[in-house]
Design a protein around this ligand. Sequence first.
Ligand SMILES: Nc1ncnc2c1ncn2[C@@H]1O[C@H](COP(=O)(O)OP(=O)(O)OP(=O)(O)O)[C@@H](O)[C@H]1O
Length: 248
Amino acid sequence: MNQQTPVITVKDMVKKFGSFTANDHLNFEVYKGEIFGFLGANGAGKTTAMRILSGLSAPTSGEITVGGFDVYKQTEQIKRNIGYMSQKFSLYEDMTIAENIRFYAGIYGISVKQRKEKEQLLLKKLNLESERDKLIASLPLGWKQKLAFSIAIFHDPQIVFLDEPTGGVDPITRRQFWDFIYEAAAEGKTIFVTTHYMDEAEYCDRVSIMVDGRIAALDTPENLKKQFQSEDMDGVFLKLARAAKNGE
Ligand SMILES: Nc1ncnc2c1ncn2[C@@H]1O[C@H](COP(=O)(O)OP(=O)(O)OP(=O)(O)O)[C@@H](O)[C@H]1O
């Protein structure tokens, strides 16, 4: 990881929905090749922030760049340079694996020759060569998630946003998914990931924890545990939530 190169810069990011402030002056940077965990209870404002960083929604105010592009004016460039995987909308269930790959490759303007080469490598890596003509709907959830991740990085984006990518699968399958994340980060991709699983927070290089629209803590898991005198990230998270409830 190169700590010197910020690929996401967020200064005073505010997002309001009417009089409600979903993101309240967020400030952080994410570095090249970093695995950045974006945590917070339900409704804390994670998805709102991630949508802004992905070029899907405009902030109310703030200075924000993603991959060097401005989130107000350069949303098309941002979309081309990022990968995005959400638990719900990643793959088309009624299409086969090969059709999904073709569809995404088409959106990103990947040539047929390149698509075929990359498709072969991808299916081999996932051990899905004999399944290429099966409907996504017929695959176990863990396979769908790995496939969705592989397709989200098919166009070789420099930044990948993962919105609760491992919901609903067992710990071993989640661990396998994280091997894919490590591999992508080792290639220099920056991973921005939300999760509700505290063991996954431990796998991140740095973790930000949002409470009620603000970043309440941001550091390495090790430093956060020291700071909050907790043995694990669960303890850190609970202490922050309790402090917020007591108005501290
Ligand atoms: N389009 C919208 N209009 C009004 N309020 C919204 C809108 N989108 C989000 N909100 C509100 O903003 C707050 C933050 O929502 P957000 O989805 O960002 O939270 P989250 O941290 O991603 O939660 P979860 O973990 O449940 O996905 C919530 O109170 C939500 O109701």
